[in-house]
Write a protein that binds this ligand. Structure first.
Ligand SMILES: Nc1ncnc2c1ncn2[C@@H]1O[C@H](COP(=O)(O)OP(=O)(O)O)[C@@H](O)[C@H]1O
Ligand SMILES: [Mg+2]
Length: 248
């Protein structure tokens, strides 16, 4: 519940879901329904008025190194190089690491995201897509159990977005961490996730439906697009979102 000048506003209510080990979950819903609110409660950046989040048996009420978060915009410190940005996170997550180890960790994750060459470059010298790869590397360099992504690709042009979806999928296949990703892109959600949590519109938005994604892994885009159930899943989601009112 948010306090607003026009009174209390209940953005989301009764959002209940259990996320399994190494699962990739997407939260889909219209703009303003409460997706970011749910994600930031999981991240510990906001507190739920009622209820809570339990991660591995422990209630979450503040941000922690077990959760790596990436937002729509990269949020890198502009005066540090890409490598230094990642090292800064490593320093907080692994205070015992020496300089050499911090550097190795940062290099490892930048390489995993396919951008090892940008180590010494400032964010302003990098495209938005590369900056977002650096943000993902920074989040993963914490070796978090949960990766929380809030529309991480929505500001990118469509070709870069497809590239980054592939990169994320490859990285996830290697690391198998739990991912909770917010998106309003139906095809992106179907390509990446194991399950989709479909949210109704607010106020008092809730998870209206949970849709398992039937495509085998490892996934290839062409195979997913040609899968006999692809269009049925897609139609189901679009119908759900259509019935919630508003446009995509
Ligand atoms: N700090 C806040 N104060 C008041 N209302 C808020 C605040 N944050 C979000 N809201 C409202 O809660 C609803 C859900 O917001 P949000 O979680 O950002 O939606 P989404 O990420 O799905 O676009 C919106 O109607 C928004 O205006
Ligand atoms: Mg949002």
């Amino acid at each position: 519940m948010f306090t607003t000048p026009s009174g209390p506003y209940v953005a989301v209510r009764d959002v209940n879901a259990r996320i399994k080990e190494s699962e990739f979950v997407c939260i889909l819903g219209h703009s303003g329904c409460g997706k970011s609110t749910v994600l930031s409660i999981i991240a510990g950046l906001q507190k739920a008025t009622l209820g809570g989040v339990v991660l591995n048996g422990t209630e979450v009420d503040e941000p922690g190194m077990d959760r790596g978060v990436v937002f729509q915009l990269p949020c890198l410190l502009p005066w540090l190089t890409a490598g230094e940005n990642v090292e800064l996170a490593v320093r907080r997550a692994f205070p015992k690491y020496g300089r050499q180890q911090r550097r190795q960790q940062a290099e490892k994750y930048l390489a995993l995201l396919g951008v090892p060459e940008c180590y010494n470059q400032l964010p302003a010298e990098l495209s938005l897509g590369i900056q977002q790869c650096v943000s993902l590397a920074r989040a993963l360099s914490l070796e978090p159990e949960f990766l929380l992504l809030d529309e991480p690709f929505s500001m990118l042009d469509s070709l870069t977005r497809l590239d980054l979806q592939d990169t994320l999928l490859e990285v996830w296949e290697k690391l198998r961490r739990i991912v909770v990703m917010v998106t309003h892109d139906v095809d992106e959600a179907l390509y990446l996730a194991d399950r989709l949590l479909l949210m109704t519109d607010g106020p008092e938005a809730r998870i209206g439906e949970i849709l398992p994604v039937p495509f085998a892994r490892p996934r290839r885009r062409t195979e997913v697009l040609e899968h006999p159930e692809y269009y049925a899943c897609r139609s189901r989601i679009i119908e759900f979102l259509g019935n919630c009112g508003g446009g995509l």
